[in-house]
Design a protein around this ligand. Structure first.
Ligand SMILES: *Cc1c(COP(=O)(O)O)cnc(C)c1O
Length: 225
């Protein structure tokens, strides 16, 4: 399936309905484009989509080169290895997966002045799954403090990928814990405005718990192979 007008329009109207029901402000749509060919991204961009999320640095850089004529915002959302900090700092607008302190100094050092600060979300391992990326909720405060002190980073909020719960009540509880952490963080750092949670199969539940950004791949581009 190619990303088409209908897929995008349907996602937009479902987001809008969920946001209205939750009484929240506008919710940003991040189109998650990992493994998709550049032509699919271009098609979506021509329909007005501006924010794209990528998980693999090399794949993303090659798409960015191919789509350099478009005015797009690139979000890095995959696990980040230290040796890729330079590429992310130089070529992305957002990093949504900062989960340990050792990434902070190189990200800030490699950020080119000309691009302005890198927008950063702290990724939280909200279901404390072993082997998963994301920091423990107890670490958020320390990371937030260090990010705020880094001259070329701009702390914007939190991101989470809850465990794939079969049980909707457990998933809802994970989103609720994120909302609470987000509100606590915003209390200390008023510039914080982004809570990134919810994917193709659970974005409405995430919006009901206060997500300000949802990350959607499958519903826009079809199943990944
Ligand atoms: C792949 C991915 C998504 C999108 O998942 P879909 O189920 O295809 O919507 C969202 N967030 C992250 C971090 C991802 O890796």
């Amino acid at each position: 399936m190619n990303p088409d007008h209908m897929a995008l329009a349907t996602v937009h109207s479902r987001i809008k309905a969920a946001a209205e029901q939750a009484g929240s402000g506008p919710v940003k749509l991040l189109a998650v484009s990992k493994t998709r060919p550049p032509a699919d991204l271009r098609q979506l961009a021509e329909l007005g989509q501006q924010h794209f999320g990528e998980n693999y640095v090399q794949e993303a850089l090659s798409k960015q080169r191919e789509l350099a004529d478009l005015d797009l915002q690139w979000h890095f959302i995959g696990p980040l290895q230290s040796n890729k900090c330079r590429d992310v700092a130089q070529h992305f607008d957002w990093l949504e997966s900062l989960d340990r302190r050792k990434l902070i100094e190189p990200l800030s050092r490699f950020r080119p002045n000309s691009r302005g600060p890198l927008n950063v979300l702290i990724e939280v391992n909200i279901d404390t799954e072993s082997g998963k990326s994301g920091c423990a909720p107890e670490q958020i405060h320390t990371l937030a403090e260090l990010i705020t002190k880094a001259p070329a980073l701009h702390l914007r909020g939190l991101m989470a990928i809850p465990a794939p719960h079969g049980n909707p009540a457990l998933r809802q509880a994970a989103f609720q814990r994120m909302r609470k952490l987000f509100e606590q963080l915003r209390h200390g750092y008023p510039q914080v405005d982004t809570l990134s949670m919810g994917m193709s199969n659970d974005f409405e539940a995430a919006i009901a718990e206060g997500a300000t950004e949802v990350r959607i791949g499958t519903l826009l581009f079809g199943p990944r192979h």
